[in-house]
Design a binder for this molecule. Sequence first.
Ligand code: PLP
Length: 352
Amino acid sequence: MYPRIVIDVEKYRHNVRVMKERLATHGMSMMAVTKVFCANEELIKILNEEKVDYIADSRVKNLKTMNTSIPKVLLRLPSLHEVHDVVRYADVSLNSEWQTIKALNAAAKAAGKTHKVVVMVDLGDLREGVYYKDDVQSFLQKVETLKHIELHGLGTNLTCHGGIIPREDTLEKLVKIVKTAEKNLGRKLSMVSAGNSSHLHLFENGTDMPTLNNLRIGEAMVLGRETAFGNKVDGLYDDVFTLEADIIELKEKPSYPEGEIGMDAFGKKPSFEDKGPMLRAILAIGKQDVDHHELIPIDQNIEAIGSSSDHVIVNMTNTDKSYAVGDTLTFKLTYGSLLSLMTSPYVVKHYA
Ligand SMILES: *Cc1c(COP(=O)(O)O)cnc(C)c1O
């Protein structure tokens, strides 16, 4: 059945294993992030077998159905309305709001539990976190007073909204906050969690910051790329996931539409360049599943040039391979295309 996303579980295992070892050499535990593949069951099995330190997802729903005995972490700040489920299905959650942490405390009390909290610090990327120039220390002191909350540690997130690249001088701000906090609290924090896959380039530079003892990592293990500069990560596969979609029409037509140009299927006025006659394929997949700009054809001489809700149009003029209706085209993926394809119920998940 097509379209299908082919998941090579053994390549994923390899990437997880290599990354876990690499983090260990830098004194970091691994929090494997599963949101981009919707906490796919087969891949969770690999994480169990490779004994990662934590499994993390941004949605409580994914944590709830996840079959694992590894500690589970909720990545997205909890919604006030879901705190009961958070303490039930997550061992740890990332937080930045006092009101929410208080609600988690009450929920944990009701459940007869202690819930672990990692307080996020915003170092300037301007997504989540207590802003580092604000009074982080008194925030932590307040959290420390809650009976059913354990202040597990501190974390930060970079290269998400502001695109801020993790550098030693930026992360040093977090280290300073951690050191002061440990002095005030009179104990070591269990976890200091640095960013995501954008952190990896620091290893190549030889930057070692011993205070940072955890990395939350998703993209590098699924796409084999770090996310600060988009470079391939040495020794990792970049084709754990590939998309196969089938050709439902293949015809030579003009490259420039004929008649008065109004709006396309999405209400936008399109523009075209006249490139003369073009061999055009239509694939049985569309915007409902994926943004065609985010597809990387394995055959480098073809190009996805447009899409509507259920069709992708591909320019086949320059390829020297011959294709027919019913053949499939294969694409490597980006973070955006992997995310939407895994989320689409119309795309078959096939295991290689
Ligand atoms: C998604 C997410 C990550 C993982 O990011 P990758 O770039 O996939 O490694 C880490 N931390 C938080 C808070 C996230 O939401």
